[in-house]
Ligand binder design. Structure first.
Ligand SMILES: Cc1cc2nc3c(=O)[nH]c(=O)nc-3n(C[C@H](O)[C@H](O)[C@H](O)COP(=O)(O)OP(=O)(O)OC[C@H]3O[C@@H](n4cnc5c(N)ncnc54)[C@H](O)[C@@H]3O)c2cc1C
Length: 495
């Protein structure tokens, strides 16, 4: 059998690519190395707890009346998610005793910033207006057109600017900039490097399409995607790790670890290009490698999953998210984040909004700490278990002390994921959590504009390391965008 498309990996990008291709009657096969679909978006069980690795915020899904891109793309395949819209609910602290609570909707947030620093409002309002302009301009580019300079002046003005420079340009006071961008760790890059367009698009999604969470486990969502894909005639094989790809007479020959061979006219990798060209593809592709090697990997990290035998009310965990920073200044903070025991981390308590997150009278707490630089190279075979346990213990103690809570004695289950876990499970190079960093010339806008020129005959890439970057909505979107291009439809959506 010769497939039209062979997809490596059943992450969200691979699955959405598969769905789109079978909907156009393309003979498609997905080879997935794990025994389950979803990649980084998965669910695992420990004792009576079922942990989700991801999807604690789903961006750009929207509501019933205000549909976001993610929802719109799912609707193409008669699919939807069982979701709840959640308000902002985070407690933020830093080592310099700066603290604030973010509650309610975005307007409340903006007014609270004004209360902290009078005179912030005009710049913040202007910024919000610009996010809309940016969002619209991006959709135009995505559909292979050029936004009109007169209609989108700010988009052009700030196209190549960093987030920090732009927010300063809008006369937003520094302290207000830091508060506005309190989730910068989730974007994996500091404000003086983060491209403004990416920040604006992220905030646009939060303001106008809301933050939603799944009412189900994420595995039931990815299994739903697989079912739909299979009902369209798509094939998926699990436990099928691709180890080698060659090309002969315009056909790709793909080998798996268990020595099975597949033939396909086109390959789609839901994996890093860098991994594909270094480890899987046998042809030397000097130019591709040069470009790939110039890209920066996003940070990796340690994630600690805790199953606690008390309810979140009993534990006094009222907030959905907790952020602790060495300092709220992201540029200064990032310099401290190469120390194994640094003070910057975030915590999510899913039970605050999802009573079904774990059994009655229990709570799931997930702590995440990211690292810039090579700190985690210290994890090797000889000290792996002790060091990761030590870092996790330090993180739990820090969370208890910084936020004045008590969780350690209630731990029933604990699982620690390191960069090695992430690398082994998803294939993410270096265990990177957010694909490639969206900095400098490699921001989404540049990836969109240079998309065509980066194409290699018969080989495409989707997922968090590809065109739109990380997060579930972007990964899913990339699979549709790329396959729409391949199917020669030109553009994936037009809002
Ligand atoms: C801890 C954590 C929390 C997150 N939280 C959120 C969140 O709250 N909201 C949000 O929107 N996003 C979140 N994300 C990001 C989101 O989960 C990812 O961006 C998204 O799932 C990535 O999808 P992907 O298509 O890039 O595929 P990946 O998830 O990277 O999957 C790649 C797939 O390829 C397979 N594969 C790799 N190599 C091979 C091979 N050689 N042969 C066969 N198969 C192979 C892997 O097994 C895997 O299934 C989070 C990520 C992490 C790690």
């Amino acid at each position: 059998m010769i497939y039209d498309y062979l997809i490596i990996g059943a992450g969200l990008g691979g699955l959405s690519a598969g769905l789109n291709l079978v909907s156009k009657n393309k003979k498609t096969v997905i080879l997935e190395k794990n025994s389950l679909p979803g990649g980084m978006t998965t669910t695992f069980k420990r004792g009576r707890f079922e942990f989700d690795t991801s999807l604690y915020d789903i961006y750009d899904y929207g509501t019933k009346d205000n549909i976001g891109t993610f929802q719109k793309l799912l609707k193409r395949f008669d699919l939807n998610l069982d979701t709840t819209v959640i308000p902002f609910n985070a407690l933020v602290l830093d080592n310099e005793n700066f603290n604030f609570e973010v509650k309610g909707n975005f307007e409340d947030f903006i007014f609270n910033i004004e209360n902290v620093k009078k005179g912030s409002l005009p710049g913040l309002k202007e910024f919000i207006k610009i996010t809309k302009e940016v969002h619209e301009a991006l959709r135009i580019i995505e559909n292979n057109q050029e936004p009109n300079e007169e209609e989108y002046p700010n988009f052009y003005k700030y196209l190549d600017k960093t987030t920090l420079d732009t927010l300063k340009d809008l006369k937003i006071p520094l302290v207000s900039i830091y508060i506005l961008s309190y989730t910068w760790v989730d974007l994996g890059i500091n404000l003086s490097k983060l491209n403004f367009i990416d920040f604006a698009e992220y905030i646009y999604k939060l303001i106008f399409k809301k933050d939603v969470i799944l009412n189900t486990k994420s595995l039931s969502f990815t299994l739903k995607l697989v079912k739909k894909y299979q009902s369209g005639g798509g094939k998926i094989y699990y436990n099928s790790e691709v180890v080698n790809v060659t090309k002969k007479d315009n056909l790709f020959l793909v080998k798996t670890k268990d020595n099975l061979e597949y033939k396909a006219k086109n390959i789609i990798g839901d994996i890093f290009k860098r991994y594909f060209f270094k480890d899987l593809y046998t042809l030397e592709m000097k130019d591709v490698n040069k470009l790939e090697n110039a890209r920066s990997l996003s940070p990796n990290g340690i994630i600690v999953f805790l199953g606690l035998n008390k309810s979140c009310e009993e534990l006094g965990l009222k907030n959905y998210k907790y952020y602790h920073y060495n300092t709220l200044n992201s540029d200064a903070c990032i310099k401290t984040m190469n120390d194994l025991y640094h003070d910057t981390y975030e915590v999510v308590v899913p039970n605050v909004y999802n009573k079904e997150a774990s059994p009655k009278n229990t709570t799931i707490v997930i702590l995440k700490k990211t690292y810039y630089g090579d700190a985690l190279n210290a994890l090797d075979k000889t000290n792996y278990e002790t060091l990761k346990t030590d870092i996790a213990q330090d993180l739990i103690t820090k969370f208890e002390n910084h936020f004045n809570i008590d969780i350690e004695e209630y731990i029933e289950e604990i699982e620690i994921a390191t960069p090695l876990t992430i690398l082994k499970y998803s294939g993410s190079v270096n265990g990177s959590l957010y694909g490639y960093s969206k900095k400098g010339y490699d921001a989404s806008i540049h990836r969109l504009i240079s998309y065509e020129s980066e194409q290699i005959e018969g080989i495409s890439f989707v997922g968090s390391s590809s065109v739109f970057g990380s997060n579930a909505d972007n990964s899913f979107h990339s699979g549709i965008y790329v396959t729409d291009k391949l199917l020669n439809k030109g553009g994936s959506k037009n809002e």
